[in-house]
Write a protein of this length. Structure first.
Length: 284
């Protein structure tokens, strides 16, 4: 665990006590979180980035709602998009500890896609390819790693044919990316769904159409503050039941965790779990 001693000190200074558990392999946090709930633990705190959040949430969602512990976060990862939803910043350990100590809880939605739960969102197409490239960057973390990866992926990127079914409505055509989310940001800070509300029981979907490389270079920076909304290639949708199919297997990131060969031949099928997670955050 990065920053172990600093994190322990910050939590102790805020008067927090708890059991520290180290993950030993991918997916281990799922089992640790589920086991904590079965032992009657009041709150489970993920220390890490969106990938760690995803594993802990998958563990918590195995439990009945009546015995599901609250979820907390110390953001210490690469993308930290879910931390933004919680009003938290990566690296500010004092603020994270103070938020946990205050213990303000809000019930937030959880998504499910093909049997896997997620807290913040999923990205398919260019978004997924960038997440895959960013995972291989060793000399940077956070937004700089994503920014470098954007240029690397864009040099060879080819758009894909997307069929998007939302509550009975169908949208088809060539696409640059598609993002399905509960939160406003994906990919380390891109505000793809600026109007997303994490407890409204609805997914927000951003589809960017058949952009050329030049158009992508010109317009992608607008997604950093949400001003891509209203551009002719941007489609924003909202719904509960979603089915997504592509013309070729693609890399998907689910809360930062990579899934390969998605969207074809098997579609991505989404299910909403309204207000399924009790989340400690800086809700002010």
């Amino acid at each position: 665990m990065r920053d172990r001693d600093r994190i322990r000190a910050a939590l102790a200074s805020a008067g927090l006590e708890g059991e520290f558990l180290d993950t030993e392999r991918p997916g281990h946090a799922i089992h640790l979180a589920e086991d904590a709930g079965k032992r009657g633990i009041d709150a489970v705190v993920a220390i890490g980035g969106d990938g760690t959040v995803n594993e802990v949430v998958n563990g918590l969602m195995q439990l009945p709602a009546s015995t599901r512990p609250a979820f907390g976060l110390v953001p210490d990862g690469t993308g930290n998009d879910y931390a933004r939803t919680l009003g938290m910043r990566s690296g500010d350990l004092t603020a994270a500890a103070a938020t946990l100590a205050k213990g303000s809880i809000r019930a937030l939605d959880a998504g499910e896609v093909n049997g896997r739960y997620f807290a913040n969102g999923l990205g398919l197409g260019f978004d997924g390819a960038v997440a895959e490239a960013a995972a291989k960057v060793r000399y940077l973390k956070g937004f700089p790693a994503y920014l470098v990866s954007v240029f690397r992926v864009l040099s060879t990127w080819k758009n894909f044919a997307l069929t998007l079914e939302i509550d009975g409505r169908t949208v088809e055509g060539l696409a640059f990316l598609a993002a399905v989310s509960n939160g406003r940001t994906c990919g380390g800070g891109f505000v793809l769904n600026p109007d997303a509300v994490p407890d409204d029981g609805l997914f927000d979907i951003c589809r960017l159409g058949n952009l050329t490389r030049g158009e992508a270079l010109r317009h992608l920076p607008k997604a950093l503050d949400g001003t891509h909304v209203g551009l002719p290639f941007t489609t924003l949708l909202r719904g509960r039941e979603i089915r997504l199919t592509s013309d070729r297997p693609l890399t998907v990131h689910i809360d930062g965790n990579l899934v390969f060969g998605a969207g074809n031949p098997e579609p991505l099928v989404f299910k909403m779990h309204p207000r399924a997670l009790r989340v400690i955050g800086n809700w002010a």
